[in-house]
Design a protein around this ligand. Structure first.
Ligand SMILES: *Cc1c(COP(=O)(O)O)cnc(C)c1O
Length: 389
């Protein structure tokens, strides 16, 4: 007997089930807040932390599970948690492992919003936050306290570009029972094998090379320790750091080409940096593959590539107004934050305001080399330099 439903109900309910066996390369985009259970017993039996099934959109769908698994595999970890931005991924690590009374060490060249978060933790959450010279290496032992719980590292710092000695910092941290987190965004997990060098947490702004499109914000934290992974999961649930599945799809779409893009950014950046190094207007090139860069020897020892980001210090005869005009005159290089997309970017930084111990008075300008032809980028820079005065 036909049980034709009313129009309103049939707009919502359908018995159609698409045939099985569809195969294609893209991971399907599974959107969900509500996830359905077959019956009450199945619902009651389900644990949101068990990644063999689904409970609620916040905890993931096949789309986000797939991205997590792929990112963990790329980094050589066992677990990955996604967050709505790179900064959210930093916060996830902090809230997963810190409690009031703990002490945290941040490098003095740290990504500035991480410092801002540190200031908040210090003022309102009873956590001590101290800063260390990013070139400190094993000397970090002198800063360790019984309550030091977490050391953040960034390899290299994304404005002043010092390359830290990660193995030395990890050895000291672990001897004192502290954990080490790395912001590994610069290397994309391609040019630096963070777990092999001893860290406990690898954090990425997927916003950069993984996405490659300058069109999505997302972050990830990867571990190879189940207990730490569970702490991350707890913090992720308590903070409600869900990600959109369209965004997860966009990040996944970038992965197959990530190494090819990274290598092209790397070659272009070394090309442009070498040209700048020979210019009389430029005092120093802060690119880890160049000897001017603090930690260059460590980069040679521990890294296999460099990507597209570097900074230069102009000769001190140029004022901020002059170097600002240089940046304004660039045509192919656009002014904007971030990196890892196809477009070249350029940003002047006021380093004295960011770092109390910064030496020297030349202006710092950061370049992100995109995927344009390097000769065209050099011609663009040359034209702007000619009008520098
Ligand atoms: C961009 C970036 C972040 C933050 O990523 P968002 O997705 O923009 O929040 C963190 N660390 C570094 C080094 C970055 O470059």
């Amino acid at each position: 007997m036909s049980t034709k439903k009313s129009l309103q109900t049939s707009l919502i309910h359908s018995d159609y089930i698409a045939p099985e066996g569809f195969a294609a390369f893209p991971t399907a985009i599974h959107h969900a807040s509500t996830v359905l259970f077959e019956n009450v017993a199945a619902m009651r039996a389900r644990n949101w932390q068990d990644k063999s099934g689904y409970t609620y959109g916040l905890h993931g769908t096949p789309t986000s599970f797939t991205l997590e698994a792929r990112l963990a595999a790329i980094e050589g970890g066992t677990g990955c948690v996604l967050a709505p931005s790179g900064l959210a991924a930093i916060a996830l690590v902090d809230f997963a492992v810190l409690k009031s009374g703990d002490d945290v060490l941040l490098p003095d060249n740290v990504y500035n919003p991480n410092r801002e978060l540190g200031t908040w933790l210090q003022h309102d959450f009873g956590i001590t936050v101290r800063y260390y010279d990013p070139t400190i290496g094993a000397g970090i032992a002198a800063l360790m306290q019984p309550d030091t719980r977490l050391i953040w590292t960034e390899a290299p710092g994304s404005v002043t570009m010092e390359v830290p000695d990660i193995p030395a910092i990890c050895t000291v941290a672990h001897a004192y029972g502290a954990l080490v987190a790395i912001d590994n965004t610069w290397s994309a997990g391609i040019a630096f094998d963070a777990f092999a060098h001893g860290v406990d947490f690898v954090m990425h702004a997927l916003t950069k090379y993984q996405s490659g499109g300058s069109d999505v914000l997302m972050g990830a934290v990867i571990t190879r320790d189940d207990a730490l992974r569970q702490k991350l999961d707890q913090a992720h649930m308590r903070l409600g750091f869900g990600v959109g599945m369209d965004d997860a799809f966009l990040v996944m779409r970038g992965l197959p080409t990530m190494k090819l893009r990274f290598d092209a950014h790397d070659a272009g950046a070394r090309n442009v940096a070498a040209w700048l190094k020979a210019r009389p207007e430029i005092a120093r090139v802060l690119h880890p593959a160049f000897e001017d860069c603090p930690g260059h020897a460590i980069w040679k020892r521990d890294f296999t590539g460099a990507g597209g980001l570097f900074s230069v210090i102009f000769d001190e005869r140029y004022t901020e107004a002059q170097t600002d005009r240089f940046v304004d005159r660039l045509e192919l290089f656009k002014i904007g934050f971030s990196w890892g997309g196809a477009n070249s970017l350029c940003v002047p930084y006021r380093v004295h305001g960011m770092r109390a111990d910064w030496q020297g008075s030349g202006q710092l300008v950061r370049f992100n080399i995109g995927l344009e032809e390097p000769a065209d980028l050099i011609a663009d820079i040359e034209k702007a330099l000619q009008k520098l005065g």
